[in-house]
Write a protein that binds this ligand. Structure first.
Ligand code: PMP
Length: 442
Protein backbone atom coordinates (compact mmCIF):
# COMPACT_ATOMS: atom_id res chain seq x y z
CA UNK A 1 0.00 0.00 0.00
CA UNK A 2 1.87 3.06 -1.19
CA UNK A 3 -0.62 5.60 -2.50
CA UNK A 4 -2.56 8.02 -0.35
CA UNK A 5 -6.29 7.83 -1.09
CA UNK A 6 -5.79 6.38 -4.54
CA UNK A 7 -6.40 9.44 -6.73
CA UNK A 8 -9.14 10.86 -4.51
CA UNK A 9 -7.31 14.09 -3.62
CA UNK A 10 -7.84 15.98 -6.89
CA UNK A 11 -9.16 19.25 -5.45
CA UNK A 12 -6.60 19.18 -2.66
CA UNK A 13 -3.92 18.95 -5.33
CA UNK A 14 -5.43 21.93 -7.21
CA UNK A 15 -5.58 23.95 -4.02
CA UNK A 16 -2.02 23.02 -3.19
CA UNK A 17 -0.88 24.42 -6.55
CA UNK A 18 -2.76 27.67 -5.92
CA UNK A 19 -1.64 27.87 -2.31
CA UNK A 20 2.04 27.62 -3.15
CA UNK A 21 1.92 30.90 -5.08
CA UNK A 22 1.73 33.07 -1.98
CA UNK A 23 2.04 30.66 0.94
CA UNK A 24 5.41 29.05 1.59
CA UNK A 25 4.97 25.36 0.77
CA UNK A 26 1.23 26.05 0.40
CA UNK A 27 0.67 25.74 4.16
CA UNK A 28 0.25 28.04 7.18
CA UNK A 29 2.75 26.14 9.36
CA UNK A 30 5.56 23.70 8.54
CA UNK A 31 3.81 21.06 10.65
CA UNK A 32 0.92 21.05 8.15
CA UNK A 33 3.11 19.78 5.32
CA UNK A 34 2.54 16.26 4.12
CA UNK A 35 3.72 14.18 1.16
CA UNK A 36 2.70 14.01 -1.59
CA UNK A 37 0.67 17.18 -0.81
CA UNK A 38 -1.47 18.36 2.11
CA UNK A 39 -5.15 17.49 2.36
CA UNK A 40 -7.26 20.67 2.35
CA UNK A 41 -10.18 20.40 4.73
CA UNK A 42 -13.65 21.72 4.07
CA UNK A 43 -15.42 21.19 7.40
CA UNK A 44 -15.72 19.19 10.58
CA UNK A 45 -18.77 17.71 12.27
CA UNK A 46 -18.52 16.11 15.71
CA UNK A 47 -15.93 13.34 15.43
CA UNK A 48 -15.53 13.62 11.65
CA UNK A 49 -13.94 15.86 9.06
CA UNK A 50 -14.62 16.23 5.33
CA UNK A 51 -11.95 17.29 2.85
CA UNK A 52 -12.49 19.46 -0.22
CA UNK A 53 -12.82 16.33 -2.41
CA UNK A 54 -15.68 15.07 -0.23
CA UNK A 55 -13.65 12.33 1.48
CA UNK A 56 -14.86 11.69 5.02
CA UNK A 57 -12.70 10.71 7.98
CA UNK A 58 -13.01 10.03 11.68
CA UNK A 59 -10.73 12.68 13.14
CA UNK A 60 -8.12 11.21 15.47
CA UNK A 61 -5.67 14.03 14.67
CA UNK A 62 -8.09 16.50 16.20
CA UNK A 63 -6.05 19.60 15.46
CA UNK A 64 -2.95 18.29 17.26
CA UNK A 65 -5.08 17.47 20.27
CA UNK A 66 -6.96 20.76 20.56
CA UNK A 67 -10.40 19.49 19.54
CA UNK A 68 -11.48 17.19 22.36
CA UNK A 69 -14.78 19.07 22.48
CA UNK A 70 -15.39 17.93 18.88
CA UNK A 71 -16.04 19.89 15.70
CA UNK A 72 -18.92 22.33 15.76
CA UNK A 73 -19.82 21.56 19.37
CA UNK A 74 -23.07 23.54 19.92
CA UNK A 75 -22.08 24.49 23.49
CA UNK A 76 -18.94 26.22 22.22
CA UNK A 77 -20.90 27.64 19.28
CA UNK A 78 -23.44 29.22 21.67
CA UNK A 79 -20.69 30.78 23.80
CA UNK A 80 -19.00 32.26 20.75
CA UNK A 81 -22.20 33.53 19.14
CA UNK A 82 -23.36 35.13 22.40
CA UNK A 83 -19.99 36.80 22.82
CA UNK A 84 -19.61 38.05 19.22
CA UNK A 85 -22.33 40.78 19.18
CA UNK A 86 -20.99 42.14 22.48
CA UNK A 87 -17.55 42.67 20.96
CA UNK A 88 -14.61 40.37 20.40
CA UNK A 89 -11.64 42.42 21.50
CA UNK A 90 -10.93 45.24 23.94
CA UNK A 91 -7.60 44.36 25.54
CA UNK A 92 -9.15 45.11 28.93
CA UNK A 93 -10.42 42.49 31.39
CA UNK A 94 -13.85 40.88 31.44
CA UNK A 95 -15.67 38.58 33.84
CA UNK A 96 -14.86 35.34 32.03
CA UNK A 97 -11.13 35.94 32.68
CA UNK A 98 -11.30 35.34 36.42
CA UNK A 99 -13.96 32.62 36.17
CA UNK A 100 -11.67 30.58 33.90
CA UNK A 101 -8.66 31.29 36.15
CA UNK A 102 -10.65 30.01 39.14
CA UNK A 103 -11.57 26.83 37.27
CA UNK A 104 -7.95 26.25 36.22
CA UNK A 105 -6.69 26.85 39.79
CA UNK A 106 -8.98 24.15 41.05
CA UNK A 107 -8.05 21.66 38.38
CA UNK A 108 -4.28 22.20 38.56
CA UNK A 109 -3.89 23.09 42.23
CA UNK A 110 -2.07 26.37 41.48
CA UNK A 111 -3.46 29.71 42.62
CA UNK A 112 -2.30 32.35 40.10
CA UNK A 113 -2.88 32.46 36.33
CA UNK A 114 -2.17 34.49 33.20
CA UNK A 115 -3.21 33.97 29.58
CA UNK A 116 -1.42 33.70 26.25
CA UNK A 117 -2.51 32.85 22.71
CA UNK A 118 -0.60 29.61 22.21
CA UNK A 119 1.42 26.91 23.88
CA UNK A 120 4.68 28.47 22.68
CA UNK A 121 3.87 31.79 24.31
CA UNK A 122 2.95 30.01 27.51
CA UNK A 123 6.27 28.16 27.76
CA UNK A 124 8.21 31.26 26.69
CA UNK A 125 6.64 33.39 29.41
CA UNK A 126 6.86 30.64 32.04
CA UNK A 127 10.60 30.29 31.48
CA UNK A 128 11.04 34.07 31.69
CA UNK A 129 9.10 34.17 34.95
CA UNK A 130 11.26 31.36 36.36
CA UNK A 131 14.42 33.15 35.28
CA UNK A 132 13.29 36.37 36.92
CA UNK A 133 12.23 34.60 40.10
CA UNK A 134 15.56 32.78 40.51
CA UNK A 135 17.84 35.42 38.93
CA UNK A 136 19.37 32.63 36.83
CA UNK A 137 19.87 32.35 33.04
CA UNK A 138 20.38 28.65 32.41
CA UNK A 139 17.48 26.21 32.43
CA UNK A 140 16.84 22.52 31.84
CA UNK A 141 14.55 20.52 29.60
CA UNK A 142 14.09 16.86 28.74
CA UNK A 143 15.94 15.58 25.68
CA UNK A 144 13.43 14.85 22.91
CA UNK A 145 10.69 17.08 24.31
CA UNK A 146 8.94 19.74 22.27
CA UNK A 147 7.78 22.89 24.07
CA UNK A 148 6.97 25.19 21.16
CA UNK A 149 8.90 27.19 18.59
CA UNK A 150 10.71 29.99 20.46
CA UNK A 151 14.51 29.94 20.48
CA UNK A 152 15.06 28.77 24.05
CA UNK A 153 13.12 25.51 23.63
CA UNK A 154 14.00 24.62 20.03
CA UNK A 155 16.95 22.74 21.50
CA UNK A 156 17.62 18.99 21.81
CA UNK A 157 14.34 17.87 20.30
CA UNK A 158 15.40 15.35 17.71
CA UNK A 159 18.83 14.12 16.75
CA UNK A 160 20.39 10.76 15.96
CA UNK A 161 20.67 9.17 19.34
CA UNK A 162 24.34 8.35 18.93
CA UNK A 163 25.04 12.11 18.64
CA UNK A 164 23.31 13.26 21.79
CA UNK A 165 26.10 12.52 24.26
CA UNK A 166 26.28 10.53 27.46
CA UNK A 167 23.14 10.46 29.64
CA UNK A 168 24.81 12.43 32.43
CA UNK A 169 25.93 15.07 29.97
CA UNK A 170 23.58 15.32 27.01
CA UNK A 171 24.46 17.93 24.39
CA UNK A 172 22.50 21.11 23.71
CA UNK A 173 21.64 20.82 20.01
CA UNK A 174 19.65 23.43 18.04
CA UNK A 175 16.65 22.09 16.13
CA UNK A 176 16.59 23.83 12.75
CA UNK A 177 18.41 26.96 11.60
CA UNK A 178 18.04 30.53 12.86
CA UNK A 179 18.64 29.89 16.54
CA UNK A 180 21.48 32.11 17.80
CA UNK A 181 24.55 30.06 18.73
CA UNK A 182 25.04 32.16 21.86
CA UNK A 183 21.72 31.09 23.37
CA UNK A 184 22.01 27.35 22.69
CA UNK A 185 24.15 26.42 25.75
CA UNK A 186 21.68 28.14 28.10
CA UNK A 187 19.25 25.25 27.49
CA UNK A 188 20.53 22.09 29.12
CA UNK A 189 18.87 18.75 28.26
CA UNK A 190 18.54 15.79 30.63
CA UNK A 191 17.07 12.33 30.00
CA UNK A 192 13.45 11.55 30.97
CA UNK A 193 12.78 9.06 33.76
CA UNK A 194 16.28 9.44 35.19
CA UNK A 195 16.27 11.39 38.46
CA UNK A 196 19.92 10.54 39.17
CA UNK A 197 21.09 12.04 35.85
CA UNK A 198 19.02 15.15 36.62
CA UNK A 199 20.63 15.68 40.01
CA UNK A 200 24.08 14.91 38.64
CA UNK A 201 23.73 17.60 35.98
CA UNK A 202 22.28 20.15 38.41
CA UNK A 203 25.27 19.71 40.74
CA UNK A 204 27.63 20.04 37.80
CA UNK A 205 25.92 23.26 36.69
CA UNK A 206 26.05 24.65 40.24
CA UNK A 207 29.77 23.89 40.43
CA UNK A 208 30.30 25.69 37.12
CA UNK A 209 28.48 28.72 38.56
CA UNK A 210 25.48 28.25 36.24
CA UNK A 211 22.65 26.88 38.40
CA UNK A 212 19.44 26.34 36.41
CA UNK A 213 16.39 28.59 36.82
CA UNK A 214 13.89 25.89 36.00
CA UNK A 215 13.24 22.46 34.62
CA UNK A 216 10.51 22.50 32.00
CA UNK A 217 9.10 19.07 31.25
CA UNK A 218 6.05 17.22 30.04
CA UNK A 219 5.19 15.08 33.09
CA UNK A 220 4.08 12.40 30.63
CA UNK A 221 5.91 12.77 27.31
CA UNK A 222 3.58 13.25 24.35
CA UNK A 223 5.91 14.28 21.60
CA UNK A 224 7.51 10.89 21.01
CA UNK A 225 4.39 8.82 21.10
CA UNK A 226 3.44 8.65 24.77
CA UNK A 227 6.04 7.97 27.45
CA UNK A 228 4.61 7.84 30.98
CA UNK A 229 6.69 8.68 34.03
CA UNK A 230 8.04 5.62 35.85
CA UNK A 231 6.66 5.19 39.40
CA UNK A 232 8.43 7.59 41.78
CA UNK A 233 10.13 9.63 39.04
CA UNK A 234 7.94 12.75 39.25
CA UNK A 235 8.12 12.69 43.04
CA UNK A 236 11.93 12.50 42.84
CA UNK A 237 12.01 15.38 40.34
CA UNK A 238 9.79 17.41 42.65
CA UNK A 239 12.15 16.79 45.60
CA UNK A 240 15.36 17.45 43.67
CA UNK A 241 14.15 20.69 42.08
CA UNK A 242 12.83 21.95 45.43
CA UNK A 243 16.11 21.07 47.14
CA UNK A 244 18.13 23.03 44.57
CA UNK A 245 15.78 26.02 44.38
CA UNK A 246 14.80 25.24 40.77
CA UNK A 247 11.34 26.15 39.51
CA UNK A 248 9.56 23.02 38.26
CA UNK A 249 7.39 23.72 35.22
CA UNK A 250 5.03 21.04 33.95
CA UNK A 251 4.32 21.75 30.32
CA UNK A 252 0.77 20.46 30.05
CA UNK A 253 0.03 21.96 26.65
CA UNK A 254 -0.82 18.46 25.43
CA UNK A 255 -1.60 16.56 28.63
CA UNK A 256 -3.57 19.28 30.42
CA UNK A 257 -7.35 18.78 30.08
CA UNK A 258 -6.91 15.73 27.82
CA UNK A 259 -5.58 13.01 30.09
CA UNK A 260 -7.78 14.08 32.97
CA UNK A 261 -9.64 17.14 34.28
CA UNK A 262 -6.49 18.52 35.92
CA UNK A 263 -4.01 17.00 33.49
CA UNK A 264 -0.95 15.08 34.58
CA UNK A 265 -0.62 17.29 37.66
CA UNK A 266 -3.82 15.83 39.03
CA UNK A 267 -3.47 12.35 37.52
CA UNK A 268 0.01 11.69 38.92
CA UNK A 269 -0.52 13.74 42.08
CA UNK A 270 2.64 15.86 41.88
CA UNK A 271 2.17 19.63 41.88
CA UNK A 272 4.83 21.71 40.11
CA UNK A 273 5.61 25.39 40.75
CA UNK A 274 4.22 26.34 37.37
CA UNK A 275 2.12 24.76 34.68
CA UNK A 276 1.50 25.67 31.03
CA UNK A 277 -1.75 24.73 29.32
CA UNK A 278 -3.07 25.35 25.80
CA UNK A 279 -4.51 23.20 22.95
CA UNK A 280 -7.66 21.65 24.50
CA UNK A 281 -8.26 24.75 26.66
CA UNK A 282 -9.81 27.17 24.15
CA UNK A 283 -12.59 24.99 22.76
CA UNK A 284 -10.85 25.13 19.38
CA UNK A 285 -9.86 28.79 19.62
CA UNK A 286 -6.25 29.87 20.21
CA UNK A 287 -5.59 30.21 23.90
CA UNK A 288 -2.85 29.35 26.36
CA UNK A 289 -2.46 29.77 30.10
CA UNK A 290 0.28 29.83 32.71
CA UNK A 291 -0.41 28.86 36.28
CA UNK A 292 1.92 29.27 39.22
CA UNK A 293 2.37 29.48 42.95
CA UNK A 294 1.92 32.81 44.73
CA UNK A 295 5.69 33.02 45.26
CA UNK A 296 6.76 32.42 41.66
CA UNK A 297 3.99 34.57 40.16
CA UNK A 298 4.93 37.42 42.52
CA UNK A 299 7.46 38.58 39.91
CA UNK A 300 4.53 39.19 37.57
CA UNK A 301 2.39 40.82 40.27
CA UNK A 302 5.11 43.26 41.35
CA UNK A 303 5.78 44.26 37.74
CA UNK A 304 9.29 42.82 37.55
CA UNK A 305 8.32 40.61 34.60
CA UNK A 306 6.20 41.81 31.70
CA UNK A 307 3.83 39.00 30.90
CA UNK A 308 1.92 40.67 28.11
CA UNK A 309 0.12 40.31 24.76
CA UNK A 310 -2.46 42.32 22.82
CA UNK A 311 -4.71 39.29 22.41
CA UNK A 312 -4.04 37.66 25.80
CA UNK A 313 -7.42 36.94 27.35
CA UNK A 314 -9.22 37.68 24.08
CA UNK A 315 -12.94 37.68 25.01
CA UNK A 316 -13.99 35.26 22.26
CA UNK A 317 -11.32 32.74 23.25
CA UNK A 318 -11.97 33.05 26.97
CA UNK A 319 -15.74 32.74 26.49
CA UNK A 320 -15.12 29.53 24.53
CA UNK A 321 -12.70 28.29 27.21
CA UNK A 322 -15.22 28.99 29.95
CA UNK A 323 -17.98 27.04 28.18
CA UNK A 324 -15.50 24.28 27.44
CA UNK A 325 -14.40 23.93 31.07
CA UNK A 326 -17.80 24.42 32.67
CA UNK A 327 -20.08 22.56 30.27
CA UNK A 328 -18.08 20.25 27.99
CA UNK A 329 -15.10 18.88 29.91
CA UNK A 330 -17.26 17.53 32.73
CA UNK A 331 -16.66 14.39 34.80
CA UNK A 332 -18.96 12.54 32.34
CA UNK A 333 -16.73 13.61 29.42
CA UNK A 334 -13.67 12.16 31.17
CA UNK A 335 -15.54 8.94 31.94
CA UNK A 336 -16.43 8.74 28.24
CA UNK A 337 -12.78 9.25 27.22
CA UNK A 338 -11.62 6.55 29.64
CA UNK A 339 -14.20 4.03 28.39
CA UNK A 340 -13.55 4.65 24.74
CA UNK A 341 -9.79 4.77 25.13
CA UNK A 342 -9.95 1.45 26.98
CA UNK A 343 -11.79 -0.09 24.03
CA UNK A 344 -9.32 1.42 21.56
CA UNK A 345 -6.25 0.26 23.47
CA UNK A 346 -7.70 -3.21 23.97
CA UNK A 347 -8.45 -3.45 20.25
CA UNK A 348 -4.91 -2.39 19.34
CA UNK A 349 -3.35 -4.68 21.96
CA UNK A 350 -5.29 -7.57 20.51
CA UNK A 351 -3.95 -6.82 17.00
CA UNK A 352 -0.38 -6.50 18.34
CA UNK A 353 -0.66 -9.87 20.07
CA UNK A 354 -2.42 -11.70 17.24
CA UNK A 355 0.15 -10.68 14.64
CA UNK A 356 3.20 -10.72 16.92
CA UNK A 357 3.90 -7.04 16.31
CA UNK A 358 6.81 -5.29 18.02
CA UNK A 359 4.78 -2.79 20.00
CA UNK A 360 2.27 -1.92 22.69
CA UNK A 361 -0.66 0.42 23.25
CA UNK A 362 -0.41 3.19 25.82
CA UNK A 363 -2.87 5.92 26.71
CA UNK A 364 -4.59 8.11 29.29
CA UNK A 365 -7.92 9.93 29.07
CA UNK A 366 -8.49 11.14 25.51
CA UNK A 367 -4.93 10.38 24.35
CA UNK A 368 -3.21 7.20 23.29
CA UNK A 369 -0.96 5.56 20.73
CA UNK A 370 0.65 2.34 19.66
CA UNK A 371 4.38 2.50 20.25
CA UNK A 372 6.17 0.39 17.67
CA UNK A 373 9.05 -0.81 19.77
CA UNK A 374 10.07 -4.28 20.93
CA UNK A 375 11.27 -2.78 24.24
CA UNK A 376 9.49 -0.46 26.63
CA UNK A 377 10.23 3.18 25.74
CA UNK A 378 11.26 5.23 28.78
CA UNK A 379 13.21 8.12 27.27
CA UNK A 380 14.54 9.54 24.00
CA UNK A 381 17.26 6.91 23.56
CA UNK A 382 14.92 3.94 23.98
CA UNK A 383 12.41 5.74 21.76
CA UNK A 384 14.96 6.12 18.95
CA UNK A 385 16.36 2.62 19.40
CA UNK A 386 12.94 1.07 19.14
CA UNK A 387 11.44 3.42 16.57
CA UNK A 388 10.04 1.84 13.43
CA UNK A 389 9.37 4.89 11.29
CA UNK A 390 8.34 2.74 8.31
CA UNK A 391 5.62 1.20 10.52
CA UNK A 392 4.46 4.63 11.66
CA UNK A 393 4.28 5.68 8.04
CA UNK A 394 2.41 2.56 6.95
CA UNK A 395 0.00 2.80 9.86
CA UNK A 396 -0.75 6.40 8.91
CA UNK A 397 -1.36 5.44 5.27
CA UNK A 398 -3.65 2.51 6.11
CA UNK A 399 -5.63 4.68 8.51
CA UNK A 400 -5.99 7.60 6.11
CA UNK A 401 -7.03 5.31 3.25
CA UNK A 402 -9.73 3.84 5.46
CA UNK A 403 -11.19 7.12 6.64
CA UNK A 404 -9.22 7.52 9.87
CA UNK A 405 -7.47 10.89 10.00
CA UNK A 406 -4.18 10.85 11.91
CA UNK A 407 -1.25 13.14 12.65
CA UNK A 408 1.71 11.98 10.64
CA UNK A 409 5.17 11.36 12.02
CA UNK A 410 6.57 10.54 15.40
CA UNK A 411 3.75 12.29 17.25
CA UNK A 412 1.40 9.62 16.05
CA UNK A 413 -0.83 9.56 19.13
CA UNK A 414 -4.59 9.84 18.78
CA UNK A 415 -6.93 12.31 20.47
CA UNK A 416 -10.56 11.40 21.13
CA UNK A 417 -13.37 13.93 21.32
CA UNK A 418 -16.62 13.90 23.26
CA UNK A 419 -18.33 12.92 19.97
CA UNK A 420 -16.15 9.89 19.28
CA UNK A 421 -18.01 6.63 19.74
CA UNK A 422 -17.52 2.88 19.39
CA UNK A 423 -17.89 3.10 15.60
CA UNK A 424 -15.04 5.61 15.37
CA UNK A 425 -12.81 3.52 17.61
CA UNK A 426 -13.65 0.31 15.78
CA UNK A 427 -12.76 1.98 12.45
CA UNK A 428 -9.34 2.81 13.91
CA UNK A 429 -8.76 -0.73 15.15
CA UNK A 430 -9.96 -2.26 11.90
CA UNK A 431 -7.52 -0.14 9.80
CA UNK A 432 -4.70 -1.17 12.13
CA UNK A 433 -5.80 -4.80 11.93
CA UNK A 434 -5.76 -4.71 8.11
CA UNK A 435 -2.28 -3.25 8.10
CA UNK A 436 -0.99 -5.89 10.48
CA UNK A 437 -2.69 -8.63 8.48
CA UNK A 438 -1.24 -7.47 5.13
CA UNK A 439 2.20 -6.87 6.56
CA UNK A 440 2.54 -10.20 8.31
CA UNK A 441 1.16 -12.05 5.29
CA UNK A 442 4.11 -10.90 3.15
N1 PMP B 1 4.36 22.39 24.53
C1 PMP B 1 4.01 21.16 24.13
C2 PMP B 1 4.17 20.01 25.08
C3 PMP B 1 3.49 20.95 22.86
O1 PMP B 1 3.16 19.71 22.46
C4 PMP B 1 3.32 22.06 22.00
C5 PMP B 1 2.72 21.92 20.60
N2 PMP B 1 2.72 20.67 20.07
C6 PMP B 1 3.70 23.33 22.46
C7 PMP B 1 4.21 23.45 23.73
C8 PMP B 1 3.56 24.54 21.59
O2 PMP B 1 2.24 24.89 21.42
P1 PMP B 1 1.79 25.82 20.20
O3 PMP B 1 1.95 25.00 18.97
O4 PMP B 1 0.37 26.18 20.51
O5 PMP B 1 2.67 27.01 20.19
Amino acid sequence: ESELLNGKLVKSREMYDKARVHLSNGVASSYQLRDPWPIYVDRGEGSRIFDVDGNEYYDFHNGFGAMIQGHGNPVIGKAISERFPKGTHFAVPDEDDYIVAGELSQRFNLPKWRYTNSGSEATMDAIRIARAYTHRDYFMKIFGSYHGHHDAVMISISEDYDKIGDPNHLKSLPYGAGIPKATVPLTVPVPFNDAAALEHRIIEMEQEGNPPACLIMEPCLMNMGIVPPEPGYLEAVRDITAKHGIVLIFDEVKTGLTIGPGGATQLFGVTPDMVTVSKALGGGLPMGAIGGTEEVMSVVEDGEVYQVGTYSGNPLCVAAARANLEKVLTPEAYAHFDDLNGRLMEGCTDVVKRFGFPGYAVGFGAKGCVTFSPKKVVDYVTFREGQRSELNELCWLYAMNRGVFMTPGREEEWTLSVFHDNDAVDAYVSAFDEMAHDLMKE
